[in-house]
Design a protein around this ligand. Structure first.
Ligand code: PLP
Length: 476
């Protein structure tokens, strides 16, 4: 076996830097209440991870509630300020699918945000939490009759209609119920953004939304005409969502300009100035040290100037703007705490023609509590959480305990060489799309979620029990 080196491994991806101090935390990856304490442990608002693990077990999703709330407020304040003189302010809808439970729904409402749901279940969570129905949106590309009826019955503020088919069905259901459905139309402006780039295409080849190609004569135009004609539809405005993990505001700006142009065409054709424009979510966060998200204020000011210029050029009043951040609020607010178990080192042929060691550290969770690395090849970071170490950092791969060789949590990270059984590892930025995508694969029970506020930890979702694994089985 090749001796390990106390420097960067040739097996490491180019973006991964060898840490000067492997005990140091990269601030932007962590919730604001997270620090390494004097005892060497990672702590949230002063609560050490060893105590949290002892009290609640591992894997454990540790959510800094104050951080979550602060991020929600940051979006609300930044966008309200930037758009104040344009349209009086912005409605910020938290995208519930990123992390939703009744507690989170209440936090969002308390911080003055609204809530987007994407299914009957998410709608139920919002309603059970007591969120004002007028502040709830319902999304989905294939809403069932039951979901649409429930939304109408509850009196949600908007139903975001995804297709002509759905528009007709919703109009029927609303008419039968003797009510009027408040509708936003989801359009696909041909802008797809991811990280630092966006691409603009004329045609849409995806399941979501009404295509804008052909303009008023196309699908989106037909939907507008039908919605305006339907007595049981109150067409509030247009919506788009151009992607996820977007760092630059340019893509949002191009989409906004396109939709504003379409609003002007609608006004010219139908004599109707639709009142609302939703620019969607997808604001990026830092999963690794090389991710560079912009503060909400930057995105807000850039977007406001695009919208201002477009409205002047098109000689139109600025519609009421809304946005739908999900991960940018919930993602960085939490980390997942795991206990390390089996460790092994393999040797791998490197790009330099030599062999090099790669360390595998197995933990007590995996793709059942965070499937994003498997689903999207998402990169994460990791830190030794229960102590510091003075041993050298070695290239490591943190893997789960599932029966899949693809069950990777952190593909590449430098961890101290002595990390092993019984150590606690923390993976930051797991607040979004981890709990909400979690499963019982291999009959693992889903982790508890602990929220820390004002220095106190509170279980908001308890760990699933073994009995619950069998709760749906008949004939037991
Ligand atoms: C998923 C989604 C969002 C939120 O995306 P994030 O990347 O979590 O900000 C917003 N709007 C719609 C329509 C979505 O589908």
């Amino acid at each position: 076996m090749t001796a390990s080196t106390s420097s960067a491994s040739p097996l490491a991806p180019e973006w991964l830097e060898y840490p000067a101090d492997p005990n140091a935390l990269v601030t932007k990856l962590w919730a604001s209440g997270v620090q390494r304490g004097d005892d060497g442990q990672i702590a949230v608002q002063g609560l050490g991870v060893s105590q949290l693990a002892q009290d609640h077990g591992t894997p454990l999703l540790v959510l800094d509630e104050d951080d979550f709330r602060a991020r929600a407020r940051a979006f609300r304040d930044a966008f309200n300020e930037a758009f104040a003189d344009l349209c009086g302010g912005v409605d910020v809808y938290y995208a519930g699918k990123s992390f939703l439970c009744t507690a989170a729904a209440r936090w969002v409402a308390e911080e003055g945000l609204r809530l987007d749901t994407a299914s009957g279940g998410e709608l139920a969570a919002a309603l059970r939490a007591g969120v004002d129905p007028a502040h709830i949106g319902l999304h989905g590309n294939n809403k069932s009759d039951a979901e649409m009826c429930r939304a109408l019955d509850a009196g949600v503020g908007r139903i975001v209609v995804d297709s002509l088919d759905e528009l007709d069905r919703l109009a029927e259901l609303a008419a039968e119920a003797g009510t009027v459905a408040p509708v936003m139309l989801r359009l696909t402006p041909g802008v797809h953004a991811h990280t630092h780039e966006f691409i603009a295409t004329a045609h849409e080849d995806q399941k979501f939304g009404l295509s804008m190609s052909g303009s008023l004569a196309g699908q989106a135009g037909q939907a507008v005409a039908r919605a305006l004609a339907a007595e049981s539809i109150d067409l509030r405005g247009l919506h788009c969502h151009i992607g996820s993990q977007i760092f630059e505001a340019e893509g949002f700006g191009v989409a906004a300009r396109k939709l504003l142009g379409f609003l002007a065409e609608i006004d010219a054709e139908h004599g109707v100035a639709l009142e609302e424009l939703d620019l969607g979510g997808g604001h990026g966060i830092a999963y690794t040290a090389v991710d560079t998200p912009r503060p909400p204020a930057d995105i807000a000011t850039t977007l406001a100037s695009v919208v201002r210029a477009a409205c002047v050029e098109l000689r139109m009043d600025c519609p009421r703007i809304s946005i739908e951040p999900g991960r940018a609020i919930s993602g960085p607010a939490a980390f997942t705490l795991y206990e390390a178990g089996v460790r092994k080192t393999v040797t791998v042929d490197g790009p330099d023609g030599e062999t090099h060691p790669r360390r595998y550290v197995s933990v007590d969770g995996g793709m059942s509590d965070n499937p994003r690395p498997v689903l999207y090849e998402a990169d994460y970071s990791v830190a030794l959480a229960s102590r510091t170490s003075s041993s050298q950092a070695v290239l490591s791969r943190v893997v789960g305990k599932h029966c899949e060789s693809g069950d990777v949590l952190v593909r590449d990270a430098y961890l101290p060489e002595d990390v092993g059984r019984g150590d606690l590892l923390a993976v930051p930025a797991t607040g979004a799309y981890c709990h909400s995508l979690s499963s019982n694969y291999n009959m693992l029970t889903r982790p508890a979620v602990v929220a820390v506020r004002d220095g106190t930890a509170r279980v908001i979702i308890r760990r699933e029990t073994e009995d619950e694994l069998f709760a749906r089985e008949t004939g037991l």
